[in-house]
Write a protein that binds this ligand. Sequence first.
Ligand code: FMN
Length: 220
Amino acid sequence: MHQDNFIPFEYTPKTEKEMLADSKEFLDLMKKRRTVRQISSKPLPDGLLENIILAAGTAPSGANKQPWFFAVVKDPALKKQIREQSEEYEIVNYREKYSEEWKRDIQFTGTDHVKEFIEKAPALIIVFKQRFGLENGSRTRHYYISESVGIAMGMLFTAIHNAGLVTVPYTPMPRAFLGDLLERGEHESAVLVLPVGYPEEDAVVPAKTTKSLEEIMKIY
Ligand SMILES: Cc1cc2nc3c(=O)[nH]c(=O)nc-3n(C[C@H](O)[C@H](O)[C@H](O)COP(=O)(O)O)c2cc1C
C-alpha cells in the first residue's frame, strides 16, 4: 500500500461537539442556496471566480484524471452571442420540441425562452466535460466522466453560494455551439452554463419544498 509518492495526510481533528455544530452550520448555509434567475450586472471582485473554480477543481475524479474544464465568459459580445443563439434554439424548443409534461413540470420556475441572465450576469462559467485527455498531442483515457464532473459541479455550486454569489444552472439544447464558439477541442463538450453574479435587489424565487430525511435516507 505504501509507495514513494505517499505523503502524510493533513487532518485537523474536531471534537464531536464541533463536528455537530459545524455540520449544522453548513446545513443552514446550504438551506439558503437557491437558483436565482434575476442576476445583477454588478462586477465581481478580482480573484473570486478563480477561488471558486479552484475549489471545484479539488473534486475527486476517476483515476484523478480531472476530466473538466471551466470556461469563464466575461466579454459582453460573447455573452450576447451565447444569449442570442440560446434563445433562437429555445423558441423552437418551446414551440416544437419540449413535451407538454416537461413544460408543465417547469412552469413553477417561471422559466421561458428569454435568457436575459446570460447577457446581464458579469460572468458565465461554462462547464465542459472531457471525453478523453490530450497530453503532448496524444489521447489519454478518462474514467467515470459524468460522475466526476457531476461532483465537481456540486462543489462549484457550493463554492459560488459560499462566496455570496448566486447562479442559475442553464442547459441550452443543443449545446455543441458553445464548444465551437469558445474553440474547445473535440474532446470536450459543454455540460452546463452558469451565469454568476449578485442577486438583483428585488429578486424573487419560487417557493419550494425539500424532501424529508425519511424520504431520502434509510439506515440499514
Ligand atoms: C442540471 C440542471 C439543469 C437546470 N436547468 C435549468 C434551466 O435550464 N433553466 C432554469 O431556469 N433552471 C434550471 N435548473 C434549475 C432548477 O429548476 C432548480 O435547481 C430547481 O427548481 C430547484 O430549485 P433551487 O435550485 O432554487 O433549489 C436546472 C437545474 C439543474 C440541476
